[in-house]
Design a binder for this molecule. Structure first.
Ligand code: URA
Length: 444
């Protein structure tokens, strides 16, 4: 029976702790239509200001999980591990990580999201491969995992439907940026997908979705909540002040990943930061899955695997099994290109000091790579190529970036944003590691 929603809203508004019954009753009521959008919005705003305690966060997470089906991967008799990123610019690590970790006979059931706002989404990148399907049913997902250890899909309707409905409401009521709400939203999805371990990649910097002082708290909350449901977890805080790698977009990011995975293709220094983050996350996943004694061992083995070409073969197997046309992966040059392009050049001599991720993310959206609204369509061919990374020496007139899109108007807007995001210093700028901090269960 539905409790009086107004009483529950008042209780949280006045700063009191909600019980398990109250939280679950409210969420159940919202999912089945007995609680209105305006009442849910009021509770979300009360939570936004008052926060949730650890127990309340756990009950909210459980309420989300119980609103749908939990994937049962128990018949897959191997370690199962996933990674979740809080969202970055040019963050294409999943495309390499998933097949890489799967090469170690570890199951990687990766359920990813679409791009929204300035952060890109793994699903949009995968769908830029002609034919690639990310809408597999739960049964198809499990079948693919059984056969090749890896499958990458989108959120199904069956998993945590309460989160889906509430996230859409948070998006339009200014209640996304709350640690407890983010924790329940992310952790519930990772727990419901049935993995035993998860590595959280928490992005820090201009292209991240959260301010720096909140990141530690989010990392600890995510780890604690995962652990409470019996899931091993570790968080890595990584730098997102500038885009990862040399590409921002959809197909351009797939192309960069293929160059890294296919040992026959050259990789330049422009992709080094992407490699650093990918190998670290792979090492962390292998360590958490019990395959590597330490993250360092996992990193070393992952590097060897990449060089062996096995990861590339695994990626091709995955593309094929999910309906993608591997011709495009084997010959990267047959992909159609955008109609319009332009170069962005250095306006002085010096050292590249700033390549602002947020500006690049926003420019990518303007070019059509991402969405302003959830129902926008994306242009898979559009994108940004970065030709100089922070720390590089530049001369006036050197190309820093190339932009691609379907109209001159789009290029104009993107160019303006990029000009604001590029900074050249007369003094040398040092290269920095992208790995800022590791937090594990012992730290919470
Ligand atoms: N991503 C999610 O899935 N949920 C949030 O609440 C925030 C980011």
């Amino acid at each position: 029976m539905l409790m009086n929603p107004v009483e529950i809203i008042r209780k949280k508004r006045d700063g009191y702790e909600l019980s398990e019954y109250e939280i679950k009753n409210f969420i159940r009521g919202y999912v089945n239509g007995e609680v209105s959008d305006y009442q849910m919005s009021a509770l979300l705003m009360a939570i936004y200001f008052r926060g949730l305690g650890n127990e309340e966060t756990k009950f909210l997470t459980e309420a989300y999980i119980e609103s749908g089906r939990k994937l049962n991967l128990s018949k897959l008799n191997k370690p199962k591990v996933d990674k979740h990123s809080t969202g970055g610019v040019g963050d294409k690590t999943s495309l390499i990580l998933a097949p890489l970790v799967a090469c170690f006979d570890v199951i990687v059931p990766m359920i990813s999201g679409r791009g929204l706002g300035h952060t890109g989404g793994t699903l949009d990148k995968l769908e830029s491969i002609p034919g690639f399907r990310t809408d597999l049913s739960a049964d198809e997902f499990i079948k693919n995992l059984e056969s090749i250890n890896v499958c990458m899909i989108g959120q199904t309707d069956e998993l945590t439907p309460a989160d889906r409905k509430i996230y859409a409401l948070r998006d339009v009521t200014g209640t996304v940026e709350n640690i407890s709400l983010i924790t329940a939203s992310i952790a519930s999805k990772k727990i419901a997908e049935g993995t035993e371990a998860v590595v959280y990649d928490i992005k820090c910097g201009s292209g991240a979705n959260l301010s720096e002082d909140k990141l530690d708290e989010l990392a600890r909350n995510l780890i604690r909540t995962s652990n409470e449901f019996g899931q091993k977890a570790l968080a890595v805080i990584t730098d997102m002040d500038s885009p990862l790698g040399y590409s921002v977009g959809n197909w351009v990011e797939v192309k960069e990943c293929v160059e890294i995975m296919n040992p026959k293709l050259p990789v330049t220094g422009l992709s080094l930061d992407l490699l650093e983050v990918t190998l670290f996350l792979a090492g962390a996943m292998l360590h958490l899955a019990g395959e590597a004694q330490s993250i360092e061992d996992g990193i070393k083995w992952s590097g060897d695997k990449l060089l062996s070409g096995e990861v590339f073969s695994k990626f091709c197997e995955m593309v094929k099994l999910q309906g993608g046309d591997v011709e495009y992966i084997h010959d990267l040059n047959i992909y159609p290109s955008s109609e319009y392009s332009r170069t962005i050049c250095a306006d002085s001599d010096g050292y590249l000091a700033r390549l602002d991720a947020l500006s690049f993310g926003k420019a990518a959206v303007e070019l059509g790579c991402g969405r302003k609204k959830t129902d926008d369509t994306v242009d898979h061919k559009a994108g940004i190529l970065i030709r100089k990374k922070p720390g590089y020496e530049v001369k006036k007139g050197d190309v820093i970036s190339e932009i691609y899109g379907s109209s001159e108007d789009k290029l104009d807007i993107a160019q303006r944003l990029l000009n604001e995001g590029i900074g050249i210093s007369p003094n040398p700028v040092s290269f920095k590691s992208k790995i800022l901090k590791v937090i594990d269960s012992k730290d919470i």
